[in-house]
Design a protein around this ligand. Sequence first.
Ligand SMILES: Cc1ncc(C[n+]2csc(CCOP(=O)(O)OP(=O)(O)O)c2C)c(N)n1
Length: 394
Amino acid sequence: MSTDTKERAVHAPQFIRGDELQIPTYKVLKQDGTTYKGATLPDLDKDTALRIYRAMVRTRVLDERMLAAQRQGRLSFYMQSTGEEATTVGFAAALDDEDMIMAQYREQGALVYRGFTLDEFMNQLFSNELDYGKGRQMPIHYGSAKLHYMTISSPLATQIPQATGYAYGQKLAGDKKCTVAVFGEGAASEGDFHAALNMASVLKTPTIFLCRNNGYAISTPASEQFAGDGIAPRALGYGMHTIRVDGNDILAVYSAMTEARCIAVEQNEPVLVEAMSYRLAAHSSSDDPSGYRSKKEEEKWRNKDPLLRMKHWLQAKNWWSDDEDAALFEADRREVLATMKEAEKRPAPVIEEMITDVYDTPPAHLKEQLEGLKAHVRLYPEAYPATSGRMNNG
Ligand SMILES: Cc1ncc(C[n+]2csc(CCOP(=O)(O)OP(=O)(O)O)c2C)c(N)n1
């Protein structure tokens, strides 16, 4: 409240206790594919449901194969999203394909859903000459202007205030689009998170803040990250709408995000959505979770697999069969491997491109640095096999 808002007076010291507040979790789908009695079901037609499921399967297969490729030494780095596919595909499915997505790094499911091709994934992962970033970024830092997916930044939470700003622009343009900022519960500890929520609620921007609460920030469990009831109640402090949803439940995610988009776009109000899930894989290919959590804990979450849950629901509706399922996994595996082989063979970007794209005419100091680098590569060509044949002499 501001100092001129009408106050509600009490005449005894009444403290409101934070530990008395618990935001409920919206759930629709049980693991066996049946739905909770009386649950509000989204309006999800067969074509959309199958597009979602196919994107979830493709994301799972991509993650499995690319981690294996990293272990074989073919790729420098990878991050899996295993266990979180209902959230990362489901939120994208509830949007307009032209809404802006500003994600963290574990949201490849949204890109798959929007139609980022396996070729596009591979070109980025292998930093070859067709990579849109021309090899300037680490693997998994995807971006696509065409698909309204902002390029990933490594510094945590920077995308959250950017999403508020972008959505403010959408509001001023009156184009009836919104921006979704996706981030982990760990990233929500950054000051940027609070600045973004405050600005969005004051300026009334069409931003959806989607927190993937997957229990861990690398090795830090959520219980050591914050003391309150997760991330959802933080929105209340900013006067915003908020909801907590079962992030492994595709119907709940889709339904909550559809409504959140309505609030954002129709009422120009920001919304916070906290999706509860679990990071089943390691944080990244550089991490080993056996040092900080038990197999038993992982097993509990393996039994809540979002893919199986959706598959059971599709089968109960007679929209999908075991045979179709096996064929889809097999076809995706084959396609991922074939596309990877092609991308691996493509040459690296030419070294000159390192200093182009930003300036119309590269400044003298960058040209000088480039010449120094080229001289170095010429001296040690065997240490730079991908680059040495990809530079102009002179
Ligand atoms: C500003 C900043 N601090 C620290 C890091 C290192 N870092 C990268 S990912 C990560 C954990 C983030 O966890 P969370 O936001 O919960 O997302 P999750 O990885 O679980 O999906 C950390 C600490 C970073 N990239 N940027």
